[in-house]
Every structure is written in C-alpha cells, then in structure tokens.
Design a protein around this ligand. Structure first.
Ligand SMILES: Cc1ncc(COP(=O)(O)O)c(C=O)c1O
Length: 355
C-alpha cells in the first residue's frame, strides 16, 4: 500500500492550537496592511511556466538565473515536486534523523526506499558527512537535509555541505536542501547552498521567516534542464498558481527586509526568554543556537505524551510531541509569534514540569 497521509500534518491542523501555542514553527502572520508599498491586484495574468516578474524577483533574492527557478505552492509542494522529478519507485533516498515528517512521508508516497542517517543530539544535531557516507550506496538517488535543521535549528556550514555534495557526486545522486528556515539567521545570513555545486537542489518559501504562509510563495532552485522537467511535472498537479498571490509575492519580495525585521524583533525577544528558561530548568535540556525559530527539548525524566497532555488540559499550552520526529523523549517549541504568549507559555511549561 502506498503511503498517502501525514500524521504530523493532521495533528498540526487539528490538535496543535491553544491559547498558549508553543507548537508553532514559523514567525507570526504578517498583515497585508503593514506592507509599505501595496501592489495593484488583478485576477488573471500572464503565467505559463512561471510569471516573469516573480521568476525574476525570486532569482534576484537567491542570486541565481531565473531559468533555475521553479515557482510552486510553498516549500511543501517544492519538496514533493523536487523528489518526484528525481525519484523512481525503489530508489534509495537518504533522509536525516530527526526529520520534518513530511520529507519522509513524501519520499514514501513516491515509493522510495527510505534510509536514515543520524544527526546526533550530543553533537548539537550537526550534520555529519561520515553518517551519510555510512548509509550511501550506488542505489542512492537523493540525500535530503534541512538547513536550518527542523526541529533543532542547527546550521550546517558550507564546508560540510560541500562534503555532502562530494558524496552525492560519487554515486551520481543529488542533495536536496530545504532552506525554509535559513533566513532566520539574521546576521551574516548564508547564501543558498544551490550555489555550492551541480548536485544541489534547494527548496524554500516565504512561509516560516517572513510570516507570509498565505501567499504560498515557494520555489525550487535546480539546474535548468531539471527545472524544466519539474515545470513539466507540475503541469500534472496545478497548471498555474493564483495570480493575485503572484502579484502579492512580487511585492513582498521587493520589501523583504522590512518584513523580516518585524519578525526578527519577536524572535530575538523570545530567544532571550528561552535562554533564561533553560538556564533555570533542569527537567529539560536542548542544544542552543543563536538563530532559528524552533528548539528541540529533551525531557530528562518522565513521559513526554503525559506531560504534553497535562500541559494542554491544565495549562492551555501546546508543544509538538517528539514522536513526530521519531524521538518520543523530546518535544519541539517555536518562537517568533508573540512574546507575551511565548513568555506565558514557557511559564506554564515550567509549572507542568514541576507538577
Ligand atoms: C522543513 C520544512 N519544510 C517545509 C515546510 C512547509 O513549508 P510551506 O508552508 O512553505 O509549505 C515546513 C513547515 O513546517 C518545514 O518545517
């Protein structure tokens, strides 16, 4: 039987909300009214294999040629389409562990033989080329990583990604890097790993770091021949996007700095609260980063499901159970939505941990 669902996404859509919602992964929604320069909207436009102004705006943001850009509905569709363009049933796909569940589900849906390689908690979940080498075979078609890493926000340096690229090249595989959180490195933001070599394919969107999830402005960066194949495959799914969203996406891409700065203030205030919380808590531990919107906590003693059930029922607060990352002793919390809510959520988490 084909894998045709995502348990995590079902949970996220039906169970994750609460008054004190620590189960988020991206920053809070950016309101249209706060966009300094508003675009004129129109219903229909000239979009075939991309809408030229949007292709150019994404290409400019990433420092690539527009021929490399495939505009799609969010990083979700970008990941699905990128995998579907490369993977045939039975092909080996190596995916990091712990991982964003949808990456695993999408590969399984495509009939891939999914193999995992570990990102070790003791090492701050750093991406380890040796772990990838240990899982690599001549049947490997794709190596899948996130940068920043979801759930831990670990950042992978270019030198390490290059090593992974070399490994992929040695078996004629590609590396898929999901960069949806990368721009949450606010100082010295790394350039896209697409620029590191021929084997890299990158997915991204304006969802997590910019609060623009509703635009569904996602993209894939791939070599032009592969990008063309992805466009052709996309014809089977959606043909063209909603044009008003394309116009709004172009306007947003022209004003990204303003949009990012608004969220940055919230993320940084939340991170300061998190640091103080972790400093006084011995019941949980987590590798720290100076960037990112998510943190992956280990519960030192006790049962995470029981804790999170109590946190929800008694304290109106939610967090993401680690079972969705195949690490049931952990849970993930998110920053960047609202600092009052985050602070109160942490306070309530502290009470639940003490109870
Ligand atoms: C690693 C990763 N990729 C993709 C997505 C989905 O992004 P989008 O909303 O752009 O489809 C998420 C959402 O949680 C994510 O964590």
């Amino acid at each position: 039987m084909r894998h045709r669902h995502s348990d995590y996404m079902y949970w996220a859509k039906t169970q994750s909300r609460a008054r004190y919602n620590l189960a988020t992964s991206g920053v809070g929604p950016f309101p249209l009214a706060e966009l300094p320069r508003q675009p004129a909207l129109e219903i229909n436009g000239d979009s075939t294999y991309g809408y030229a102004p949007l292709q150019q705006a994404i290409a400019r943001k990433c420092g690539v040629d527009p021929d490399c850009v495939v505009a799609v509905a969010g990083t979700s569709m970008a990941n699905h389409l990128a995998m579907a363009a490369i993977v045939d049933p039975g092909d080996e796909v190596l995916i990091e562990h712990p991982a964003y569940e949808l990456l695993v589900s999408a590969a399984l849906y495509l009939g891939a033989a999914v193999k995992r390689f570990a990102r070790a908690e003791a090492n701050g979940y750093a991406l380890d080329p040796a772990a990838i080498r240990g899982a690599l075979t001549s049947k490997t078609k794709l190596i899948v990583v996130t940068n920043l890493h979801n759930p831990s926000s670990a950042l992978t340096p270019d030198a390490v990604l290059r090593e992974v690229g070399d490994l992929a090249r040695s078996v004629r595989a590609h590396v898929l890097v999901d960069e949806v959180y990368l721009d949450a490195v606010y100082e010295n933001t790394p350039r896209t790993s697409y620029l590191l070599g021929e084997e890299f394919i990158v997915t991204n969107s304006l969802t997590k770091v910019y609060g623009l999830s509703g635009l569904r402005c996602g993209w894939i960066l791939a070599r032009p021949d592969l990008a063309r194949a992805m466009w052709r495959l996309n014809d089977l799914f959606g043909v063209i996007p909603a044009h008003p969203a394309e116009l709004l996406s172009v306007a947003a891409l022209e004003q990204l700095d303003v949009i990012r700065e608004r969220a940055r203030n919230v993320v940084e205030a939340d991170r300061a609260l998190l640091a103080a919380f972790l400093a006084r808590q011995s019941a949980v531990s987590a590798p720290r980063t100076a960037w990112g919107t998510t943190v992956f906590l280990r519960l030192q003693r006790g049962d995470v499901e029981e804790l999170l059930a109590r946190l929800r029922t008694d304290y109106g607060t939610t967090a993401v159970p680690g079972r969705f990352f195949e690490m049931p002793d952990h849970f993930r919390i998110g920053m960047g939505v609202n600092t009052d809510m985050f602070g109160e959520g942490l306070c309530r988490l502290g009470l639940a941990l003490a109870g």
